[in-house]
Write a new protein. Sequence first.
Length: 500
Amino acid sequence: MEELLKSSIIKGFVLSVFGELGPTPIYCFPNYVTEKEFKELSKESKDQGHLILTYRDITQISIKNLSLFISDKIVMEEKDLTKIQYFAILPYPDFNTTSLTYFHFIRRDSEDHSIPTAFSILAEEKSRSFLYNNINRIKPVVTEFFKIFDKKMLDSYPPRENVEKFFQDLLTELIEIVKNPSTPITTHRKMKILFAGLDNSGKTSFLLSVDRKYSKLIGLKPTAGASIKSIEALGATIFLWDLGGQRKFREKYINKAEIYLYEADLLFYFIDIKDRARFDESIEYLQNLKSVIEEFNQNTPIVYILSKGDADILNTGEIKENIEFIKTKLRENDQDDSLETYTTSIFQIFTILRAFSSGISKLSPNRDLINHNLKKFSLMTESYLTLLLSVDGLVLANFYDKQTMGLTKIPKSEVMNVFEISAPQFTVLFKIFSKFKALQQNEALFRVSNTVIFIKRIQIEENDMFLLFLVDNENKKDKIDEELPGFLKYTQDLLLRYIA
Ligand SMILES: Nc1nc2c(ncn2[C@@H]2O[C@H](COP(=O)(O)OP(=O)(O)O)[C@@H](O)[C@H]2O)c(=O)[nH]1
Ligand SMILES: [Mg+2]
């Protein structure tokens, strides 16, 4: 196994549990070395890309992983902890290593509570794009592995030599993925986002609005029908493919899918909500795109843009009816219930940015854990709504307290997201956010009718980010200030590796 690890992009495994004595590494491959051995190892052998860790190092990894997952205390609010599963990509700059870490709880005979665990697949920092790009293929392999392996840890943790075989089999399976990575392994993460929909559905205008926020949008050579631009965001290069929607091009995308649709990380699909006459045509095109994407087995998430929802017409009977009609159609076509639709208008930039950021956040393996931390933070500070925003106003994470906002009346079947619920508030929030940035301060309070909006600038390495809180009174500021360092401690690494 040690030999396999040496020659692979995967450099090691560390499994830790939160035991009696706190975070504890249980298994580590390759085996750790003593401090003395570490000192004696020649510089060359350390430089050869082998991962050499001491017990102190793997303990450090354990502590970092598990404290991210459960903070200082084990949160028992959730009833069935064994259902919780998170993946995240985490940096360990001290070892030049990045991990894809799987967090879950295990049950053991000897304990009456579930035990948090973290399993890290370690790769060299410079090849971490492999982890991002192949996460969807690695995830099922790891979860299946633990479905079986958890049972081996029921009454004791078997000695390392007795379990090595299992981890070796897991490694072999992962090496199969390494052999056929979904994209070439590079030092820099590159992503492909598609913008598709019929002609005249508002794709290019949407991109122009994004462009206005990102002055750096770079135009590339157009590919028959498709115009490709790129942005540098959060450490990655994101290629935006605007797929012109005239019929002749649509056929081309399907026929030459290996160029246009292959390895898309995300698809924004546009429907002009004013153009009822073309709804059927649009749904048909969508189905064609989806079936090709499914053939590639890519799991490309889709965000639906209901475009041209300008404020002045949004509440007319006709438009409301159109939107309902489209949503029903989309729901009929979507097996899972994660359907995400955004009504946008180029006359309200925040509608574009919230849709765009929702898409970007889908590219982040760390989104769930960041949201999980933000939720805990919001509950502690009794914030109704908390947003974590990038400089450009992209919403990187959000928490929305449905109960406090009196939204329990909304039928459960209705698939909602924070922005749909809070659209009216969001207009205000966004205006205030812009005002705040113009002020160039580190924090500010704004009173809006009977609520208070509190914004704080935070720094994650060289990036400025912003936390925006909607609270009932300004005394909450003290509590927020008090809890913020704790939140940042557990969240900054997740933000640092948000998408790249
Ligand atoms: N009222 C309104 N018009 C829009 C909006 N977005 C796009 N349009 C208009 O719709 C037309 C087609 O937009 P375009 O972005 O070129 O569509 P594409 O063919 O999908 O790229 C243009 O005349 C735009 O000005 C919107 O949000 N509101
Ligand atoms: Mg266009």
